[in-house]
Write a protein that binds this ligand. Structure first.
Ligand SMILES: Nc1ncnc2c1ncn2[C@@H]1O[C@H](COP(=O)(O)OP(=O)(O)OP(=O)(O)O)[C@@H](O)[C@H]1O
Ligand SMILES: [Mg+2]
Length: 278
């Protein structure tokens, strides 16, 4: 598999007299892969995101984006390739209308006007914000601002999208809708996707999960294997999805499943299988 992003022994600290925030971190992401990063507050997740598009540069180790080493000379190419949406949408607005704002990200890329207009329309529609095209961004609700921030990134059409708690402000339904939209775009354009989130149900849908703990990659694997480590996760302050917990309770009561169910559908299937054997 071709590695789209690679971290090689990356260590980072914000200042020389500060402790290391990332310690010898190595991992990679394939093209078209969805990677979820989880970990306790302060474990280094957002720092990883900022290193990926050159907002920060590591003191030791190397980072490659689509084969390019990330450094001062490549930063502008890297930023065309990596689109990022952060937790706090208020810091991300520059335009006086929603439409200007979505256009802004594209302006640096020298796209023809017709292409820009089409992309504004498509990306606002994708996040359900078409009616707000002429509105002032700062008057929108938190969730609406986040949708616009996501539309701005989609419009640029990057090859990797990083969502750093970007859906945290939405209600569960809004979050599900946005994630479905992003997944659709991801499949259509074969993007890589990194989500940093505390929403465990979302994590169960990712292709692969990295668990960060105190600046180190503590565990890496498919969601089912990660959430099977319930006790170990608890030890480092992380919860497991509701269905995982329920399955453990049922298993304690004598209803042991053959696998670790990850969602309601799987849990139901497993219960039916058990039931038919009774
Ligand atoms: N600009 C900064 N200057 C100094 N220290 C910082 C800065 N930003 C983050 N840190 C520190 O670096 C560590 C890692 O922070 P980071 O934001 O990467 O964690 P995180 O996993 O994203 O946490 P959260 O879940 O709260 O978003 C923390 O100890 C934090 O206090
Ligand atoms: Mg963070």
């Amino acid at each position: 598999m071709q590695h789209f992003i690679e971290f090689r022994n990356v260590s980072f600290r914000y200042r020389e007299d500060h402790p290391w925030v990332l310690k010898n971190v190595s991992f990679h992401i394939g093209s078209n892969e969805w990677l979820a990063i989880i970990g306790h507050n302060g474990s280094g997740k957002s720092t990883i995101a900022k290193l990926m598009n050159g907002l920060l540069l590591p003191q030791t180790g190397e980072i490659f984006v689509d084969g390019m080493p990330v450094n001062e000379n490549t930063i502008w190419d890297v930023r065309k390739t990596v689109g990022m949406v952060f937790q706090n949408p208020d810091n991300q607005f520059v335009g006086t209308t929603v439409r200007d704002d979505v256009a802004f990200g594209m302006e640096n890329h020298g796209l023809p006007r017709e292409v820009m207009l089409k992309r504004i329309e498509e990306s606002l529609q994708a996040v359900g914000m078409s009616e707000y095209e002429r509105h002032e961004p700062h008057r929108l609700s938190g969730g609406q601002k986040q949708r616009v921030a996501i539309a701005s990134v989609l419009a640029v059409s990057p090859e990797l999208i990083i969502l750093d708690e970007a859906t945290a402000m939405l209600d569960p339904r809004g979050r599900r809708e946005i994630m479905e939209t992003i997944r659709e775009v991801q499949r259509k354009r074969s993007l890589s996707l990194i989500t940093i989130t505390h929403d465990l149900n979302e994590v169960t849908q990712a292709d692969r999960v990295i668990v960060m703990n105190e600046g180190e990659t503590w565990m890496e694997g498919v969601p089912r294997d990660i959430f099977a480590q319930k006790d170990a996760l608890q030890d480092i302050g992380l919860d497991t999805p509701f269905v995982t917990k329920l399955a453990a309770e049922l298993s304690g009561a004598g209803l042991a499943m053959q696998r670790e169910p990850l969602n309601h559908q799987e849990l139901l299937e497993d219960l039916w299988t058990l039931h038919s054997k009774m």
